[in-house]
Design a protein around this ligand. Sequence first.
Ligand code: AMP
Ligand code: MG
Length: 593
Amino acid sequence: MTSFPIPVLGFAAYSGTGKTTLLEALLPKLTAKGLRIGVFKHAHHDFDIDQPGKDSHRLRKAGATQMLIASRNRHALMTETPEKEANFFKLLEQFDLDNLDFILVEGCKNLSFPKMELHREVIGKPWLHPHDDNIFAVASDSDIIESELQHVDINDLDAICALIENFIQGTSATKPATTTSCDSLSPAFLSVEQGLDKILSTLTPPKSTEQQSLFNARLKVIGQDIISPINVPAYCNSAMDGYALRGQDILDGLSSFEVVTEILAGNGYSAEIATGQAAKIMTGAPMPQGADTVIMREQSQQNGQSVSFSVNTKEFKVGQNVRQAGEDLAQNSVVFNQGTRITSPELGMLASLGINRVHNYPQLKVAVFSTGDEVQAPGETLNDHCIYDSNRFTVMAQLERLGCEVVDLGIIDDNKAALESTLLEASTQADAIISSGGVSVGDADFIKTVLNKIGQINFWRINMRPGRPLAFGHINETPFFGLPGNPVAVMVSFLAFVEPALRLMQGEKNWQPNKLKAETESKVFSRLGRTEFTRGIYHLDEFGQLKVRTTGKQGSGILRSMSEANCLIEIPPHVEMAKEGEMVTILPLEGRL
Ligand code: AMP
Ligand code: MG
């Protein structure tokens, strides 16, 4: 939801609080500030804006499922949805977003999107915000509110306006008494996209490059455009086994040619091919001077030193079956742009050009550690109520996939001084630091205390599953990623946030995860407003259709399912769930884990 192109703000209140009256008073104040406002109102299921007897009403009753009525001054689309109520997020898309600054929503208090709670004591209803994480501010006439949320007087329209304006600008007017982090005022949850945007906006691509021998440059990112020192092919050569000759001779109707030589790949012929002459030539052999065309051997009959051709003149072209010098790549043209990652084909291509050294961005050094009193290293005897540390290993392997150098800091035990010095040292040695565990909002874990002391770290709640908690910030300029504790959540959060961030820090340009569409064979559960990454197995069915099914139970601790899966099924925030037979987006995991 939060990836919606313009801000959407709801008013959550019990009926009788006076939502409409308040909105009616607020709208003129907001429009006076130049804001263009859309209002979404959720109404009783039998509401109708049409009137019996009107043409539009008659046509609807006669069977128009969608009825658009338009005039000079306004238009309205009425859509009948007798089967199922339309999806809130889909409905929002019907607004003409290019002509709005934000959307106010009245109603829909049970859906997940940023909201302001309206509360009046006389109504005698309980508070909504303790049960709705999406409420980021309260307007009430009560003095007693036990919350760190921003609070304004419900009768102070200017204060409410200011809150709304701040919300639209993505900032907050007032800070609560105690802030656990720089970002704890974020309205509602962050979407995956917002979380990633926030992370990427703080990072910069590398500046310096270094020179490496070709093979050592694998998995690194090219630091400056690579210019071809040669033509590819280097010389004009035959694309076929056959006879090289002057194409004009064929057009002139010549039928018999004198075979003057035979040219093998790796050899040349110094004389010129004259009219009426042909050279027997092999694929890849250099074209002799004078000749511009090759006729393939299958269309020839050679008799001693003479050859004739059965050529269909309609299909014949002067210059056919010849590869021109520089045809694939001209000398001095760009082979690979700066920002390209070097993998097997790039290595081969560079080698084919005779290039044996590459300017690439330096390898990233990433420090990794696990936290948690219950976490023990594999190989140790497991104590009661403890678990083995799997996160460090999945993270380290994912880092190696990306060509990073891994610094293994092990498991950090419950010792603030030790953690502090480890982190400070890592921040001077490594280009990034990754931890897992202990970062949930509301978690009183010692790691949070230390992170808050030595770095600028935000503790976020991402509207995704698996993987809700995420910490991100900097310790001495070094980016720090605090991943959740649950093993699957760690891997998925790595894919969603850490991988794109590291690729940017490595200097890679224009990277996007590979996404495909597949038909789902199983129901994929999600919730509106949340991005669901469900472990899936995709395959091609006998008709060539890409199909996907889930791996079954989706607990975020079930690491085995990550091994069974070959993709993640991504259900975006505006989709409630996917039913069997529907098309879903999948992210193949090959090459990423
Ligand atoms: P936390 O976010 O620290 O509350 O951790 C959430 C869950 O993940 C708990 O069940 C932890 O035991 C588990 N967990 C935390 N760290 C690790 C780890 N390094 N390896 C495996 N599981 C972990
Ligand atoms: Mg923990």
